[in-house]
Ligand binder design. Structure first.
Ligand code: ATP
Ligand code: MG
Length: 390
């Protein structure tokens, strides 16, 4: 039996009215885009039904394995299921369930029916009982509701019915694009790509900013972030990257300020420049890979003192993650191996032995009094080049 459809389920319960329509439209577009980019030879259409999106595998050649891999990366899907179209008719459901089980090797099974609304004439209980009894009688198998070897789901909605054997988990979250734009500050490290992914997973379109120290460092970090973004494009298809020169700012900071504040001062400039880029892009938040207490620059005091330079929301999706949890996520999304390639991080360069762990904003402002902040920020913004990675 060859699947002719894929049922797609999303899970956000708070979605109502206009929001829901907007969400579904975006999810539909993203599904089509993901399949178009990843499975060029597969033509599909996506229809909206009550609380579901249904992909129709139009031609025989549609590459189901490829489409499955593409759907696993579409944010906003709770799960999806390759399925056969059946009918809201007990005899036809029995025949189709039988055909579905004929492909499987199993001893025990269950039927799991559901319906989209109560005005569907067939009751869930009736379907489970009647179809189940039919399988017991005709295939000589046992029912096991808790740990069946094989499952047959029956999904009924509007005037349609589908049967399918398994639910494949999706990314969850919201479709990329429904939550507006954010600027993610991407270093070459392990954390920031995971933070960017989590923002995408909650529906944000992510624009990336990377600060590099060329010519003090090799351009390795630039290549690294490009590679990371190519990987993250699995979730948002194409991305914009801003590359900003930090070297002139670092040079001033190194000559004119106390070593223990250096990293925090670099960060303040990063935020100021990222804020300007956000303005240009109409983005509404900055995203970082910070996690509370992970390193000296990420104490509550230091994060506060650094954050004072901007009125924008600073999102720190990893704030409560342990390093190992971040590493696990990085491995799942495929950025870990890129992150651990050696490079010269802009800010590990010239770092003092005893950095300040409890800086106050006033102390940092005092340090900045010996710098021409405005001019350095302006030069930083001007140095920014942007590119599209797809
Ligand atoms: P990561 O693994 O993301 O580098 P980290 O634990 O090394 O994080 P820091 O180096 O203190 O932490 O950086 C904190 C955050 O500041 C990063 O997660 C990132 O969002 C931002 N950041 C640091 N360096 C850069 C950079 N060169 N360009 C852009 N953003 C940066
Ligand atoms: Mg880092």
């Amino acid at each position: 039996m060859k699947f002719d459809h894929i049922l797609c389920h999303y899970s956000e319960i708070g979605l109502k009215g206009k929001n829901r329509r907007f969400f579904e439209d975006r999810l539909r577009k993203n599904i089509l885009e993901a399949i178009k980019i990843r499975c060029v030879d597969s033509s599909v259409s996506v229809k909206r039904y009550h609380g579901r999106l249904v992909i129709e595998l139009k031609q025989k050649g549609a590459d189901l394995d490829c489409i499955k891999e593409a759907l696993k990366d579409v944010t906003g899907l709770a799960y999806f299921a390759p399925a056969f179209e059946s009918k809201q008719d007990l005899n036809i459901l029995k025949k189709d369930a039988h055909a579905l089980f004929s492909d499987a090797n199993f001893e025990s099974f269950r039927i799991t029916a559901r319906r989209g609304s109560s005005n569907i004439p067939l009751k869930v209980r009736t379907v489970n009982d009647e179809v189940g009894t039919h399988i017991v009688d005709t295939m000589n198998k046992k029912v096991n509701l808790t740990q069946p070897d094989a499952n047959c789901y029956v999904d009924m909605f509007e005037d349609k019915a589908f049967v399918y054997p398994e639910r494949i988990p999706g990314q969850g979250g919201l479709p990329v694009g429904v939550s507006g734009k954010v600027i993610a500050m991407l270093s070459g490290g392990i954390d920031s790509p995971v933070a960017a992914y989590l923002a995408m997973k909650r529906g944000a379109t992510v624009i990336f900013v990377h600060f590099h120290s060329v010519p003090y460092t090799t351009p390795a970090s630039i290549e690294k972030v490009r590679e990371m973004i190519t990987t993250l494009n699995r979730f948002q298809f194409r991305s914009k990257l801003y590359l900003v020169e930090l070297a002139p700012i670092q040079k001033q900071i190194m000559t004119d300020t106390a070593p223990r504040y250096r990293v925090l001062l670099y960060r303040r400039f990063m935020f100021r420049i990222a804020e300007q880029i956000a303005g240009k892009e109409n983005a509404h938040a900055l995203v970082t890979g910070e996690s509370l207490g992970q390193v000296a620059s990420q104490t509550l005091e230091n994060m506060e003192a650094v954050g004072r330079v901007t009125d924008m929301s600073i999102l720190r999706p990893l704030i409560g993650f342990d390093k190992q949890e971040i590493i696990d996520r990085a491995q799942d999304i495929g950025t870990y191996d890129i992150s651990i390639q050696p490079d010269q991080d802009c800010c590990s360069l010239f770092v003092p032995k005893r950095p300040a762990t409890k800086a106050r904003s006033e102390q940092l402002i005092k340090q900045e009094n010996s710098l021409n902040v405005e001019k350095l920020v302006e030069a930083g913004v001007e140095s920014a080049s942007d590119e599209i990675i797809d």
